[in-house]
Design a protein around this ligand. Sequence first.
Ligand SMILES: NCCCNCCCCCC(O)(O)C(F)(F)F
Ligand SMILES: [Zn+2]
Length: 343
Amino acid sequence: MQIVYSADHARQHGRGELTDGRLMPVVEKPARAEMVLKRAQEVGLGDIMPPRDFGREALVRIHRPDYLAFLEGAWAEWEAERGGETDCLPLIWPVRNLRAVCPTHIDGKVSYYALDAGTPITPGTWTAARASANVAMTAADLVADGTRAAFALGRPPGHHATADQLGGYCFLNNAALAAQRLLDRGAERVAVLDVDYHHGNGTQAIFEDRADVLFCSLHADPKQEFPYFLGHADETGTGAGEGYTVNAPLPWGTTAEAWMAALERLCQRIESYAPDALVVSLGVDTYKGDPISRFALDTSDFPPIGARLAKLALPTTFVMEGGYAVEEIGVNAVGVLQGFEGG
Ligand SMILES: NCCCNCCCCCC(O)(O)C(F)(F)F
Ligand SMILES: [Zn+2]
């Protein structure tokens, strides 16, 4: 399987995320991608190629220009205001009884464009996020050119990012950009399947009113888990997109048996949609040893996921999302890909 990778991911390395009531060391760190790359090379998964730069015209197919301008300039504004010793994080949000009018001060702007305080903007964030987006679109292009499957080994992840908001360690929605690229290359319908432990609120929001992308996700119940405010089963799409969003929220402690049963239901929905291509938001934080997650899949449960996806017989673009058990992230993520290939 072709792998697309850029070392520019290492330019995103936050100094802290606000969680559990304190600024904690970030879990979304460069070692994650390096461990997956190492495992892919150990097993000879496939050739590794650098991304092509698709430029801003590809990003605006999914993201708002004002948001892209904010991302590009945020660090410089923050540094000018505060110096470079801390990362750029928000501190107030336009919630109920406030107005979402974009402020001019960086504290207000980062709050307007962010959904949480766990996603630090650093000097290298814009470079790393664009590289990750280009990695995903390069992988999608390989699939559009006829490759059966490709793996976008990128970070930062993307599925929490909306058209104009960062959050959940995400800045640009790599999976949404990959899906849009496949449509722009001639696909009429694309299915996005999100297997990350967390709901892909960004991907859902981006495609919720569209019938040309089916969004399916199985994830920790938002009543209990981040992102808390999207991902319920009654969210089925809006307008022309009614019926093209499918959520399967699952409780803490979900075992492989229950998880695979939910996956089966989503695969059958994908089969009935009969898409031209599949994009998989591949998070492996469903692993029982994941430090921030509470499902119970074991390493041996990951290859069967890939094997089931292979039975969909669709050109497939795998886009790396989450997974924080750094010692096992490689064997778990590559396990899905080996299972897909019949290995
Ligand atoms: N105490 C735990 C706090 C958790 N805070 C944020 C969790 C973000 C999850 C990100 C992800 O895994 O969904 C992605 F795929 F985007 F990387
Ligand atoms: Zn996750």
